[in-house]
Design a protein. Structure first.
Length: 299
């Protein structure tokens, strides 16, 4: 998947320079993430809050947190050094939409100061329906939602709680609310023409077979790509809450689920699970070249 031949021209226009959406583009165009969003509104069992959100990033890698002003400065510095940098994303280290002020201040300034850079964000989807208007206002044309289940019973094994309407909700009720917000958010984005990619974390014994149903449901609602990522379970990433020893999938298990989903939503197989402050081509990380002190020196 991911070439000019297998998608309508108006979609190809939107993805051809986007390394995460086009298999071809990812060799030629670069993306960067800025880590402006520290808070999160849910708890995933696989998350260790000290590190980056696994929506998009490898848990266990600490990113340099930035204010919106610092982030904009950094983006402009990187864009002048790396002309292939076409895409700016906000992917944590928490949830972009659980930090709406920081996320949208950054997006608004970039929309004004660097209108050629494409903007994208990733989210767990809980706050998505309420933010769709804001997303469209700054021309954010790509959104990633992490969806690990469409069955709240399974969700209750992945999410111990969510923070909703100023209170903590737990168990199946929490997973049901999260599920409803994810589906509603996806439908709203599709209706507005925002390209939406779904990330799913494959958790052996919990949602491995279920991801086929997730694939069917997100395709039905207009998801453009479905990216099935392995749970990364190394000791330094923290333990699975209440389920010590939860392992990640083998390469064969991952491929088996990806193959079983083929024919559903287009699958992305080149995602590198980049960190929340990644800079450069996919598979390359130049973030060390653009730390805040180095940007001050360049200015
Ligand atoms: Fe952690 Fe991301 Fe899950 Fe929030 S959405 S708990 S930051 S993995
Ligand atoms: Fe693209 Fe995946 Fe990296 Fe996000 S984590 S920038 S989707 S390759």
């Amino acid at each position: 998947s991911g070439g000019a031949d297998d998608m309508p021209p108006e979609i190809w226009e939107k993805v051809k320079n986007h390394p995460c959406y086009s298999e071809e583009a990812h060799h030629h165009y670069a993306r960067m993430h800025v880590a402006v969003a520290p808070a999160c509104n849910i708890q995933c069992n696989y998350c260790n809050r000290k590190y980056d959100c696994s929506n998009e990033s490898r848990p266990g890698v600490v990113s340099q947190k930035l204010t919106p002003d610092q982030a904009v400065k950094k983006v402009l510095a990187v864009a002048s050094e790396i002309p292939q940098m076409t895409v700016l994303g906000i992917a944590g280290p928490g949830d972009s939409l659980a930090n709406p002020k920081k996320t949208f201040d950054t997006m608004r300034m970039l929309h004004e100061q660097a209108p050629d850079i494409k903007l994208c964000l990733s989210t767990n989807g809980l706050a998505l329906p309420a933010q769709v208007d804001e997303i469209c206002k700054y021309n954010i044309d790509h959104v990633t939602i992490t969806i690990n289940m469409v069955d709240p019973e399974i969700g209750a094994r992945i999410y111990p709680w969510i923070f909703w309407n100023h209170r903590r909700v737990t168990g199946v009720e929490a997973a049901r609310i999260l599920h409803e917000q994810q589906m509603k958010g996806l439908e709203m984005l599709t209706a507005r023409g925002v390209l939406t990619k779904i990330n799913s974390v494959l958790i052996p014994g919990i949602n491995d077979e279920h991801l086929i149903e997730v694939n069917r449901e997100v395709k039905k609602r207009g998801a453009f790509l479905h990216n099935i990522m392995p749970l990364i379970s190394e000791p330094e990433h923290g333990t699975w809450f209440g389920l010590n020893g939860q392992r990640g999938p083998s390469a064969q298990e991952l491929k088996a689920v990806q193959d079983a989903c083929a024919g559903g939503a287009n699958l992305m197989r080149h995602c590198r699970q980049c960190r929340a402050d990644a800079v450069g081509l996919l598979g390359e990380d130049r973030s060390e070249e653009f730390t805040l002190d180095k940007i001050e020196e360049m200015a």
